[in-house]
Design a protein around this ligand. Structure first.
Ligand code: AHM
Ligand code: MG
Length: 337
């Protein structure tokens, strides 16, 4: 039996995004490449802290609540600071919006660049203390022609993002990225300190067998959601019911949905009138990736990426995943009209 030698030609994230830049020719300035490079560095830095959290007293609360009323964990605050510092220092950003900060940061002139980054530095905080998967979510806009960089530059539909991605801190750190030309996944080789291309051209299976909702909220759900969930739990014609998987960490639940197919949902309901997830830095980046991977991302009543935000911290209902599964859900919304 011949043993295969390890590859001597690995594709790192830096190499991959550089090749994208070269593909675009002289028109590409390299600014987005440098920005994405800064973002991947923050993910490595956050990944290191997540791994060490239990050992260096990073578990627990920082003693504050953030804009959306959630208690801030020490790791939330640290991750936010890591991102703000690195993005400002990259000299490629003009406006930053973080889940952890009430106001947008407008970068001072001498460090100003032409991109705006919206991010949730550490999503899924309720899972931190148990060591369960958490992640960073980010989306990138370009400042509008003639703008010096203001909040208006991020109050634009998600379809105008130029890049979006997330990093999942799990059994390994996985960075998943799209610059509008498909979706690629990279795994951090901690020994090398590099993200390596391990999941080229991710495509969501057109149908899955898993649904991922917080069914603990069922008593508040609206009829289309209740009826859809019943249809997959009690299917007709002798078909098998769907399996439930819900981590409560959007990055992890969406990552699994991308790889295995199925549907992830966080609906609006009788209690949370606009749902829970934030439009700018949770729903938009995930919707951007979903569409780039061949899936559908909807509020139930329209395409997520078409929403025009009016507030940097607004919320929106989210359903995303396999085309056929999301279309099945949409039929229940159609009947509800
Ligand atoms: P967070 O930004 O405070 O971490 O909340 C966002 C998280 C998502 O990762 C996840 O999908 C959702 O909240 C889970 O909410 P719930 O605990 O209500 O099911
Ligand atoms: Mg969050």
């Amino acid at each position: 039996m011949s043993e295969e030698l390890p590859s001597t030609d690995i594709i790192t994230l830096t190499r991959h995004i550089l090749s994208d830049q070269y593909r675009l020719g002289p028109a590409a300035t390299g600014d987005l490449t440098l920005l994405l490079n800064a973002i991947q560095t923050t993910s490595k830095f956050i990944a290191t802290n997540v791994r060490k959290a239990r050992l260096i007293n990073l578990i627990g609360l920082a003693g504050e609540t953030n804009v959306t009323g959630d208690e801030q964990k020490k790791l939330d605050v640290l991750s936010n600071d890591i991102m703000v510092n690195a993005l400002r220092a990259s000299r490629k950003t003009a406006v930053l919006v973080s889940e952890e900060l009430e106001d947008a940061i407008v970068i001072e002139d001498k460090l100003k660049g032409k991109y705006c980054v919206v991010f949730d530095p550490l999503d899924g905080s309720s899972n931190i203390d148990a060591g369960v998967n958490i992640g960073t979510i980010f989306g990138v806009y370009k400042v509008s022609e003639g703008s010096t960089g203001t909040v208006a530059d991020v109050l634009k539909p998600g379809s105008e993002m130029v890049a979006a991605g997330y990093t999942m801190y799990g059994s390994s750190a996985n960075l998943v990225l799209s610059t509008g030309n498909g979706v690629n996944g990279y795994t951090l080789d901690s020994a090398l300190g590099e993200f390596i291309l391990t999941h080229p051209d991710i495509k969501i299976p057109s149908r899955g067998k898993i649904y991922s909702f917080n069914e603990g909220n069922s008593m508040y759900f609206h009829p289309p959601v209740v009826n859809y969930l019943n249809s997959i739990k009690y299917p007709a014609n002798g078909k098998s019911p769907y399996s439930a998987r819900y981590i409560g960490s959007m990055v992890a639940d969406v990552h699994r949905t991308f790889l295995y197919g199925g549907i992830f949902g966080y609906p609006d309901d009788k209690k949370s009138k606009k749902g829970k997830l934030r439009l700018l830095y949770e729903a938009f980046p995930m919707a951007f990736l979903t569409e780039q991977a061949g899936g559908i991302a909807t509020t139930g009543r329209g395409r997520i990426l078409d929403i025009v935000p009016t507030d940097i911290h607004e919320r929106c209902p989210v359903f995303l995943g396999s085309k056929d599964d999301v279309n099945d859900l949409l039929k229940f919304y159609e009947h509800d009209k």
